[in-house]
Write a protein that binds this ligand. Structure first.
Ligand SMILES: Nc1ncnc2c1ncn2[C@@H]1O[C@H](COP(=O)(O)OP(=O)(O)O)[C@@H](O)[C@H]1O
Ligand SMILES: [Mg+2]
Length: 243
């Protein structure tokens, strides 16, 4: 009996007019079985896509969504960066990246203005997956950010200044295809930096009565808050059901 990976590998030899969904499924099976065709990589976006994974409620699947989507994309041959601004550091733990005190972290980038290139590390386990870890800082990035100039656009500036983020023309073949930002469960300054930096959003929710209050409050802050940035056009939201 042949495995799904062997079948997919054999099928690709026929060089047929495969539809995009079939090709995506084939890529996925090949990636899972370790047979990804290096000469037929998954189609890369023309420019880095920056996703925010947010919901002010805790325990709804933000970190789980971030690390699994990031790992799956990297296995498909995409270049992926995960930014962990949550002082709990769950995404850093899940991706096997050190995040004890003294490790360069999201905090150094947002509060001290360290360049992104100096705070990101490549995962030992998955090639093409990079992580900016979170460290639990007792002083609190939230509090220190209050007195920082343009405090809500620190992350946007850090991303814009990085040589691997941008279009094919600007950032070349080494560019990141996806950046995923795993927000903390709050509406503080750490969380506010994320939608300023990203253009697309995953909102994991639980299928339960009060689930929409969190996203509703976040949308309300975006409309009414004096500090809230102007929403950019062409923003896309992708709700993710937690089942
Ligand atoms: N789709 C899902 N279905 C069931 N349980 C899930 C799902 N996504 C996450 N979980 C579980 O829910 C808990 C909280 O998930 P987590 O990703 O840490 O949430 P958050 O980052 O929003 O706080 C974890 O124990 C995780 O394993
Ligand atoms: Mg989390």
């Amino acid at each position: 009996m042949r495995t799904a990976g062997q079948l997919a590998e054999a099928a690709s030899a026929y060089d047929d007019e495969t539809t995009p969904p079939a090709r995506a499924a084939e890529q996925s099976v090949l990636a899972r079985s370790g047979h990804l065709h290096r000469d037929r990589p998954a189609v890369r976006p023309d420019a880095t896509r920056v996703f925010v994974v947010a919901n002010q409620k805790g325990g709804v699947g933000k970190t789980t969504t971030t690390v699994n989507v990031a790992a799956a994309l990297a296995q498909l041959g995409q270049r992926v960066l995960v930014i962990d601004p949550d002082p709990q550091g769950n995404a850093s733990t899940a991706l096997g990246v050190a995040h004890h005190r003294g490790v360069p972290s999201t905090y150094d980038m947002l509060v001290d203005g360290e360049p992104l290139a100096d705070v990101m590390t490549e995962s030992d386990e998955i090639a093409g997956l990079w992580v900016v870890p979170a460290t639990i800082d007792p002083a609190g990035a939230e509090i220190e950010l209050v007195s920082v100039v343009a405090r809500e656009s620190r992350l946007q500036k850090a991303l814009a200044a990085n040589a691997w983020i941008g279009s094919r023309a600007e950032a070349g073949e080494d560019r990141f295809d996806y950046v995923l930002i795993d927000c903390p469960p709050s509406l503080g300054l750490l969380t506010l930096n994320a939608p300023v930096a990203g253009r697309e959003m995953f909102i994991p929710i639980r299928a339960e009565y009060y689930a929409l209050e969190g996203p509703g409050a976040a949308a309300g802050d975006g409309r009414d808050g004096a500090q809230a940035p102007e929403p950019e056009p062409r923003r896309q939201h992708h709700p993710v059901d937690h089942v």
